[in-house]
Design a protein around this ligand. Structure first.
Ligand SMILES: C[S@@+](CC[C@H](N)C(=O)[O-])C[C@H]1O[C@@H](n2cnc3c(N)ncnc32)[C@H](O)[C@@H]1O
Length: 273
């Protein structure tokens, strides 16, 4: 289903306003390929008719359009190195520094369908389960997409998804078979709080964080939104906490309150003292 230039501008403005995601000119084909199937599925004969509904405050259509326009690509142990860094340096350091409070607050922002927070939790349980016994370890996992959050909460994955990055030993330990796929065991879910949150809108009150994963989401935002988000992170992250971004993302030239820290092949950020 083709779209007109005016309809493309309309979608671009709407998506930017709702999510801060920037659709550059030239992405018309991308919009058509995402909204065409949605329009058909919802019974509209053109994308234009679907777009008309956006302006009539049809919240269900608005959510569906945002869901269709976001890239939800993720996998277990994505990029691997950040999780190696958790194992070798970050968690041992936090365990030593928080030995008195025995409490860790972790935020996985833009968690998509849940593979990332479950990977963080498996890394903690696998390598630090004994030491963390009796600790309060909370993982807040947020995303804009209600559809992705529903999947994340359910924790049900097809074999093809578990094949991507998840070692067989961890699969059998932390997942139960469910039909032709797998479902996360309750013990891997119990300390994860899945919540809807738009990083580009006002943030709800959040606890100060020891560790923040915000990977592969900032890349789609405009520079001003990235700056605003880094300002908020600078207030939210504890002075000795750690921030992980996606491999193609950085605070450099956007916020000078962070210093880059290389841990073997992983890069993370800490607040400058
Ligand atoms: C490419 S996925 C990244 C998932 C995971 N962090 C990873 O690296 O594997 C990007 C996620 O960001 C979410 N997202 C996009 N815009 C957002 C916003 N304004 N606020 C919160 N999440 C957003 C999308 O719904 C999507 O699930």
């Amino acid at each position: 289903m083709p779209i007109t230039a005016a309809e493309f501008d309309d979608v671009r403005d709407f998506v930017r306003q709702m999510s801060a995601i920037v659709l550059d000119p030239g992405k018309e084909y991308f919009v058509e390929s995402r909204l065409g199937p949605l329009a058909k599925q919802r019974g509209f004969d053109t994308i234009g008719h679907l777009i008309e509904r956006l302006h009539r405050d049809d919240v269900l259509i608005q959510h569906a359009v945002i869901d269709a326009m976001t890239t939800n690509e993720t996998s277990f142990f994505r990029d691997l190195h950040p999780f190696e860094a958790l194992k070798t340096v970050v968690v041992p350091d936090l365990l030593a520094k928080r030995a008195r409070e025995r409490k860790l607050d972790i935020w996985c922002a833009a968690c998509s369908s849940g593979q990332e927070p479950y990977t963080i939790n498996m890394t903690l349980q696998e390598h630090f389960g004994g030491q963390l016994a009796g600790w309060q370890t909370k993982i807040l996992a947020t995303d804009l997409s209600t559809e992705m959050l529903a999947k994340a909460r359910e924790g049900r994955y097809a074999q093809i998804e578990t094949n991507r990055g998840l070692p067989a030993t961890l699969l059998v330990q932390y997942f139960d078979r469910s039909g032709t796929g797998w479902v996360v065991k309750p013990e891997l879910k119990q300390n994860i709080d899945f919540r809807q949150m738009n990083l580009a809108a006002a943030w709800p009150p959040l606890p100060r964080m020891d560790l923040i994963f915000m990977r592969n989401v900032l890349i789609d935002f405009d520079v001003e939104t990235k700056r605003r988000i880094f300002n908020r992170i600078a207030q939210l992250l504890k002075p000795d906490g750690y921030l992980f971004l996606g491999a193609a993302e950085t605070t450099v030239n956007l916020h000078d309150g962070f210093q880059r820290l290389q841990i073997d092949k992983a890069v993370c950020y800490q607040l400058r003292s």
